[in-house]
Design a protein around this ligand. Structure first.
Ligand code: PMP
Length: 407
């Protein structure tokens, strides 16, 4: 295994190693970075916050950054009512699942099943692993994970099966349906259409099953809209946010729920309390990073950049979809992915991944494929030149592969 590369500095789309070599961060450091590394505005806001209040217990106490952030987040989701803070993407999902189970428990109608998509990824803690796919990530723990009804993702050709399996699942005692809206990230940048998600959400709602959108990856512009569920008519009851929430500066999770969900916890009966709290819940520095990131969406017209980048990603799809080394090219908003033809199965441990990583690192580009699925998911500040450099390097890599395949 290669030794990790020591990064000492970041600026815009670039990360610099200890020898001064620059790398284009074409995967936004695991999908978190939106406005560029070490963005001076977010850095300044964080610095100001930490000189005033670095942290305070968030039980029985509150503070302005947390309240302001909750107010601003709720403006995006008119159907939702309350924000619950946690630490990262996985914990935002844990909170959503616990909220859903306890909602039914508190109402005196316990429901114990969850519906999730096959091939899903929702995090690395036990609850979030349980609702994820059973695969190499979960193997060692499969017996300890709770029972989940997995239904097919409604990708092209599976639409009817997905609906049918959803209807069957809804016959059981289901508390919630959790999904990555429109694109399954770690599962291989698998994309599906919003009207199909709309249908599934509607079916779940018709049985009063709580719908949970895991927007940890898709939130804050990734799919071309501010949130992936903005593409849908039917709105979820709970939304999980993290990653881009702080612009990629600090870990923070938020689980946002409807007034109906919240109402099941609003009672003088202490046994119905939502007993979930992390030491750093609503950390003011993290909240101030998130507020600064939201400011930048206005100041720097980030959604205009998102629109321009989305067009470039569509062009990339057209450029590569007919390539002889490519099985399929996909794009949605600022995400571009290609499935490379290989002799092995399409899966995370595909040996191609290491070759890809090394090839691009040498050229000063950070790409970290999911098995044989190569994707570009950059900070929105990436320049056309930088993106062209990434795409040309992909072209070189594919040409080499095609030569090998044809040999
Ligand atoms: N949900 C989704 C959709 C994700 O993509 C991820 C992380 N890749 C998570 C949850 C978990 O987030 P974290 O790594 O911050 O725990």
């Amino acid at each position: 295994m290669e030794a990790p590369i020591a990064i000492v500095r970041g600026e815009g789309t670039l990360l610099f190693d200890e020898n001064g070599k620059a790398y284009i961060d074409a995967i936004a450091s695991w999908w978190v970075n939106l406005h560029g590394h070490a963005h001076p505005y977010i850095a300044r806001k964080i610095s100001e916050q930490m000189q005033t209040l670095e942290h305070a217990i968030f039980s029985g106490f509150t503070h302005e950054p947390a309240v302001r952030l909750a107010e601003r987040l709720l403006e995006f989701f008119p159907a939702l009512d309350k924000v619950f803070y946690s630490d990262d993407g996985s914990t935002s999902v844990e909170v959503a699942l616990k909220m859903a189970f306890q909602y039914w428990h508190n109402k005196g109608e316990p429901r114990t099943k969850i519906i999730a998509f096959e091939n899903a990824y929702h995090g690395d803690t036990f609850g979030s692993m349980s609702v994820g796919a059973r695969n190499v990530f979960s193997n060692a723990f499969d017996e300890m994970l709770f029972d989940v009804i997995h239904i097919p993702v409604p990708v092209a050709g599976k639409e009817q099966e997905s609906i049918q399996k959803m209807n069957e699942a809804l016959e059981q005692n289901c508390a919630a349906f959790i999904f990555e809206p429109l694109v399954q990230g770690a599962g291989g940048m698998i994309m599906y259409e919003s009207h199909l998600l709309d249908d599934l959400i509607q079916l779940a709602k018709s049985k009063n099953v709580i719908t949970i959108a895991d927007e940890v990856m898709t939130g804050f512009g990734r799919t071309g809209q501010l949130f992936a569920t903005d593409h849908c008519e039917n709105k979820p009851d709970i939304i999980c946010l993290s990653k881009g929430l702080t612009g990629g500066f600090l870990p923070l999770g938020a689980t946002i729920c409807s007034a109906e969900i919240h109402s099941a916890f609003l009672t003088s009966d202490k046994t119905k309390t939502f007993f979930h709290g992390h030491s750093y819940t609503a950390n003011p520095i993290a909240c101030s990073a998130a507020l600064a990131s939201l400011d930048l969406f206005e100041k720097e017209k980030t959604m205009e950049r998102v629109a321009a980048l989305s067009l470039l990603m569509q062009k990339a799809k057209t450029r590569f979809e007919k390539h002889p080394a490519v099985k399929e090219a996909r794009s949605l908003g600022t995400i571009f992915a290609i499935e490379i033809k290989t002799r092995e199965e399409t899966e995370y441990l595909n040996p191609l991944a290491e070759k890809v990583h090394a090839f691009f690192i040498e050229r000063g580009i950070i790409l970290r494929p999911l098995g044989n699925i190569l994707y570009v998911l950059p900070p929105y500040c990436i320049t056309e030149n930088e993106l062209e450099k990434v795409m040309n390097a992909i072209e070189d890599f594919l040409s080499k592969l095609a030569t090998n395949i044809n040999r």
